[in-house]
Design a protein around this ligand. Structure first.
Ligand SMILES: [Zn+2]
Ligand SMILES: [Zn+2]
Length: 186
């Protein structure tokens, strides 16, 4: 079953839309697996979702919802936090470049990507790449265990959410005091 769930034959859409319900391990998505191997994120459950594909003129439209729980380190205190990723999207696939109506010969041709289209070849569309891309785009860049997270002490590394570690900043204050004294002498 693995791998088959996210592919469909475009030909089938001529009869009716295709709905794909899936639940797959994050490791089965190459880009997510790379994040796991690099220790950048963990996923505490399968990637689940529903994708609906249908024909719209000469394009294949895919509406999707993808849900997964990701475990990340707080960007300030490194505490592990679980964050839900729940994303909805619409993608448009195109078999080659659509003809530009009334286009001049010397007109700059836009690539399929530039037009927001995802090109595909052959009879099948594999949504594995699109799904992993949507998940990665939704991953929080600077996750926080809470908005008010105090982070770690730059001196001793203590988690400041657990209380004051006792490292005040006397060095900083002394520097200013010395500078003041120096100026006063002039
Ligand atoms: Zn934190
Ligand atoms: Zn400290």
């Amino acid at each position: 079953m693995n791998g088959v769930l996210l592919r469909f034959y475009v030909e089938k859409l001529k009869e009716k839309e295709v709905v794909l319900d899936f639940s797959e391990a994050a490791e089965s998505f190459p880009a997510l697996d790379a994040l796991i191997q690099a220790g950048e994120s963990r996923f505490s459950g399968p990637v689940t979702g529903r994708l609906r594909a249908f024909l719209a003129n000469s394009f294949v439209e895919v509406e999707g919802r993808v849900v997964v729980r990701v475990v990340l380190a707080c960007s300030r205190c490194l505490k592990e936090i679980e964050a839900p990723v729940d994303t909805r999207f619409t993608l448009t696939f195109s078999a080659g470049l659509p003809p530009i109506e009334g286009g001049e010969e010397d007109e700059v041709e836009l690539s399929a990507e530039e037009m927001g289209l995802i090109p595909f070849d052959g009879d099948e569309i594999d949504l594995r790449e699109a799904v992993q891309e949507q998940v990665i785009m939704e991953l929080p860049v600077r996750p926080l265990c809470e908005e008010a997270c105090k982070g770690l002490c730059a001196h001793c590394g203590a988690n400041l959410n657990d209380g004051d570690c006792g490292c005040s900043a006397p060095v900083f204050n002394n520097k200013f005091a010395a500078l003041k004294g120096f100026k006063a002498e002039k």
